[in-house]
Write a protein that binds this ligand. Structure first.
Ligand code: NAD
Length: 510
């Protein structure tokens, strides 16, 4: 109740409000429930976001439904032109988008530009829709008979996104869905909604007709609305397991397609034959970049054999990272998203200590001058961790590297395959046979060989597996097109006149 009152106390204040995007218009919500948006570097309230009312959510989905007929019927070249213009507009505005990401999410400006850039690549990929959406044909299946398939849109699709990539993850969703001829309802993370609103404005400027993209805001009610509304045919979700498993089940029960990308625990295996300089730099960057708030953060290292001796070097390199507000020059990592996230990370670090691990580097008391109220945690390294410890089992989602040890590659693979998550992993080695064995035997959906964060470019798909994914068709690439389309198969026979049937054919043709 107190939290509710706190979030409402700004209702008449001067902080900017996030609009809804309904039927081509940016409109103020009539909701009586609003959530505060904070700058994670200061915890100042910098805006408010509404929990959209039922009427507003219905208006948004109705707008998607009304726009669907014309948009799905628009020529594919016209849709391609919209996204060709869109990719240019995103490029022209990359700095502005990045600034907004840093303000609401906290990551460094350079990393925020990367966030936009990786989403932009998906938009560029959608511009190949004229090839991606090709069907199949097979002539002369039998005499005078040909079969061909069309890939067609499925209707209104919806996306629900997390806080950690305010640009990239929405851009995994609505451009892919819309270029196929679907209309789209987006519910961005309530913690970082502004970047999605800027992306919507740019899409409108690129010529997307009114109603083809609608945006609502909120939390559980908005998510339930999406899972239940019969007009919505498919849901793309990215976020935590708690939300993702729920949405997968509720959406599927209602007959919708659901693709759900979820949490992770990504292991980096360091072989003693690896290029040490390169490996340690890659590991430090991938563990602590974005303050560890990436689903593909390399948050767990397994040092194999003599690589165990590299720990002091790893710690020295990590100490050089600079913690600061994301818009400050030279910042390597910014704050965590919220005081709650910071508290949770502190507790997980303490749990490691309590369970007998060694705290080699403790970032809990980091002070950032001028930003004393921010949610900062400095880079932290915990060694002597075992797979039974809480800090190993849980996704920490902070700048914490947990270090395990293994005698050989087999032992490392065993540890990883026992972990429920299958999002990403990397091996560092100069031995091709070792890399081959690893990629063959490790049960993880995305593997890097001397590549610490192996997120595939959009001509491939994002293929996390096991507990990191529910569904059967992945995000973007060919699989993304499959997710957002259905197939219609036509079998036609054009007989010459002299081949006319003389009597009814009552048996199956053989
Ligand atoms: P989150 O699950 O808290 O929120 C994601 C979305 O779900 C938000 O829009 C939120 O409003 C909604 N939501 C939150 N809790 C809900 C609930 N109980 N029921 C219904 N809806 C709910 O996730 P987050 O904290 O914003 O993001 C971090 C998580 O996302 C991490 O676990 C990270 O690994 C994961 N992630 C995964 C990928 C991937 O591709 N696998 C990418 C980015 C982030």
């Amino acid at each position: 109740r107190l939290m509710y009152m706190a979030s409402c106390s700004y209702s008449r204040s001067s902080v900017p409000t996030t609009k809804l995007f309904i039927d081509g218009k940016f409109v103020e919500s009539k909701s009586s429930e609003w959530l505060d948006i904070h700058n994670p570097a200061t915890n100042e309230v910098i805006g408010r976001v509404p929990k959209a009312t039922q009427e507003e959510m219905l208006a948004a989905v109705d707008s998607c439904s009304r726009a669907y007929h014309a948009w799905s019927d628009t020529s594919i070249l016209t849709r391609q032109q919209v996204f060709l213009r869109y990719q240019q507009l995103i490029k022209d505005n990359i700095k502005e988008l990045a600034k907004e990401i840093t303000r609401e999410q906290g990551k460094t400006l350079a990393d925020a530009e990367g966030d936009v850039f990786r989403g932009l690549q998906v938009v560029e990929h959608t511009c190949s829709i004229t090839s991606l959406m090709l069907g199949e044909t097979l002539p002369s299946i039998t005499k005078d008979m040909d079969t061909y398939t069309y890939r067609l849109p499925i209707g209104v699709c919806a996306g629900i996104t997390p806080f950690n990539f305010p640009a990239m993850i929405p851009l995994w969703m609505f451009p892919m869905g819309m270029v196929c001829g679907n209309t789209y309802l987006l519910k961005p993370s309530e913690r970082v909604p502004s970047c999605a609103m800027m992306l919507a404005k740019l899409l409108q400027d690129a010529g997307a007709p009114d109603g083809t993209l609608n945006i609502i805001h909120g939390q559980h009610d908005a998510v339930n609305f999406i899972c239940d509304h019969p007009a919505i045919k498919a849901i793309s979700f990215v976020g935590s397991n708690q939300a993702g498993e729920y949405i997968y089940e509720r959406g599927s029960k209602n007959g919708k397609r659901v693709q759900s990308n979820m949490g992770a625990k990504n292991h980096g295996v360091v072989m003693p034959d690896a290029n040490k300089e390169n490996t340690l730099n890659q590991l430090v960057g991938a563990a602590f970049g974005a303050a560890g708030q990436r689903c593909m953060a390399l948050s767990t290292a397994i040092l194999v054999g003599d690589a165990r001796g590299w720990l002091p070097d790893l710690v020295e390199r990590t100490k050089k990272l600079r913690v600061n507000a994301g818009d400050q020059p030279g910042a390597d990592l910014g704050p965590l998203i919220s005081p709650q996230a910071k508290g949770r990370v502190h507790q997980l670090i303490q749990s490691g200590v309590d369970e007998g691990a060694t705290l080699l580097l403790d970032g809990r008391n980091v002070k950032v001058k001028g930003y004393e109220n921010g949610n900062f945690v400095g880079p932290t390294i915990i060694s002597n961790v075992t797979s039974e410890m809480k800090c190993y089992k849980e996704e920490i989602f902070g700048p914490v590297l947990v270090v395990l040890e293994a005698d050989d590659l087999d032992e490392a693979i065993k540890i990883i395959n026992k972990n429920p998550y299958g999002n990403g992993t990397a091996i560092f080695t100069t031995n091709g046979a070792v890399a081959r064995k690893y990629t063959n035997e490790v049960d993880v959906g995305q593997i890097g060989v001397n590549v610490p964060i192996p997120v595939p470019l959009p001509m491939f798909s994002f293929t996390g597996s096991r507990a990191s994914f529910r569904g059967d068709t992945n995000f973007y690439g060919k699989q993304g097109i499959q997710f957002y389309t259905q197939i219609k198969t036509v079998t036609s026979q054009w007989k010459a006149e002299d081949a006319t049937l003389k009597s009814p054919a009552v048996t199956m043709p053989t």
